[in-house]
Design a protein around this ligand. Structure first.
Ligand code: SAH
Ligand code: SF4
Length: 385
């Protein structure tokens, strides 16, 4: 007779860090506790910065012990914190599986904007983006997304004290395409905006997308945060080259969907931010500006021009100052509020599009780019000889 030996399997503990209010309530119900415990624990973690169950003093000792058995508050590890001379702070955060993502804090007077990553790398491969060139590993969990806010806020001593906040705004403009990680991004955004957590207003949390239209169509059911669209071109032919997902969801479809999102919000006067990365001799001509002005005529927008930030794997060049001013002037004269995003944190590689982290690439794209670069260098060398 074969003796079956029972192997005691230890059930995985639930990580409470990324649970939205409703998921936290469901968790407490599932362990036979009252739903209102969710509010208490959310407050301890995200408002007071306390992650040791023993310090949660409004929870009985019995329940604290029970929590220690079935739950944990688990963080990714901060590998590096870099401070720029201009006050920009970058965190390199190691996530499970060996990769690392980047989070950037950008102070600007009273405002402090945290640029948060949503995926490890990105699968969409826009031609001008360093993250895209790194390939893709996986979605970040809701815990890994909200951890970036917690870590930044904690580093400024902002948690658990009543005083002016450092992190006043959050933009999902770091590594990854947030709408391809819908559920986790929406959960993390709900924590950013929750009164018992970070309490950041809906006008100060912005999701930026390159245009995953089916997901954008659903977004309004889950959040009322601000929306930014990475447009970068005034027509489909050019946008297909720069933002390949445009071949699937072309500009007209994308703008329609964005318009529906903004128009269903209860408060009027909300505007979509149009991001337009200006690349020398690619999308920076006056004709492009005129075409853009025409394209956006019926869409409630403000426009943010981003001078392209060069990085080693790209041949593109930064727009010239003349072309940038000309482009901005045409848009302003056409009636659009048009700002230019200044480059920040240059000395610590924290500027837009430079976030590369360390992606354990599963797409082999990074390898392909490395090969291409080597071939180009070889060709240049031969021609040079
Ligand atoms: N995937 C999302 C959010 C992350 S990208 C999106 O594409 O919107 C955040 C912003 O940085 C986008 O507007 C993107 O176009 C811009 N960006 C990417 N690479 C850049 C570069 N090299 N220089 C300047 N801006 C860049
Ligand atoms: Fe991905 Fe956005 Fe970079 Fe495009 S610009 S590759 S969507 S992160």
């Amino acid at each position: 007779m074969v003796e079956v030996q029972e192997v005691a399997s230890v059930p995985a503990k639930t990580n409470l860090l990324g649970l939205s209010q409703s998921k936290m309530e469901a968790f407490f119900e599932s362990i036979g506790e009252k739903r209102f415990r969710a509010q208490q624990v959310l407050k301890w973690i995200h408002q007071l910065g306390v992650v040791d169950f023993d310090e949660m003093t409004n929870i009985s000792k019995d329940l604290r012990n029970k929590l220690k058995d079935v739950a944990e508050i688990r963080f990714p590890e901060v590998m590096k914190q870099l401070d720029s001379v201009d006050g920009t702070r970058k965190f390199l955060i190691k996530v499970e599986g060996g990769s690392a993502v980047e989070t950037v804090f950008i102070p600007d007077g009273e405002r402090g904007t945290l640029c948060v990553s949503s995926q490890i790398g990105c699968s969409l491969d826009c031609s001008f983006c360093a993250t895209g060139k790194q390939g893709f590993n996986r979605d970040l969990t809701a815990a890994e997304i909200i951890a970036q806010v917690w870590i930044a806020a904690k580093s400024f001593g902002q948690l658990g004290v009543n005083g002016p906040r450092k992190v006043t705004n959050v933009v999902l403009m770091g590594m990854g395409e947030p709408l391809l990680n819908f559920d986790n991004v929406v959960d993390a955004m709900s924590l950013m905006m929750h009164d018992n957590c970070y309490g950041i207003s809906k006008r100060r949390v912005t999701l930026s997308t390159s245009g995953v239209v089916p997901a954008l169509d659903r977004l309004g059911e889950y959040t009322d945060a601000c929306l930014a669209i990475s447009l970068h071109a005034p027509n489909d032919a050019l946008r297909n080259e720069l933002v390949p997902i445009n071949k699937k969801y072309p500009i007209a479809m994308l703008l329609d969907s964005a318009k529906r999102y903004i128009e269903q919000l209860p408060d009027t006067h909300r505007k979509i931010t149009i991001e337009y990365t200006l690349i020398d001799h690619v999308n920076d001509r006056p004709e492009h500006a005129h075409e853009l002005a025409e394209l956006l005529r019926d869409v409630p927008v403000k426009i943010n021009l981003i001078p392209f930030n060069p990085f080693s794997q790209s041949d593109y060049k930064r727009v010239s100052n003349n072309a940038l001013r000309r482009f901005q002037t045409i848009l302003i004269e056409s009636g659009y509020v048009t700002t230019v995003r200044t480059t920040r944190g240059d000395d610590i590689d924290a500027a837009c599009g430079q976030l590369a982290g360390s992606v354990n690439d599963l797409t082999r794209r990074a390898e392909r780019y490395r090969r291409q670069m080597a071939q180009q260098e070889e060709a240049v060398r031969i021609v040079g000889n």
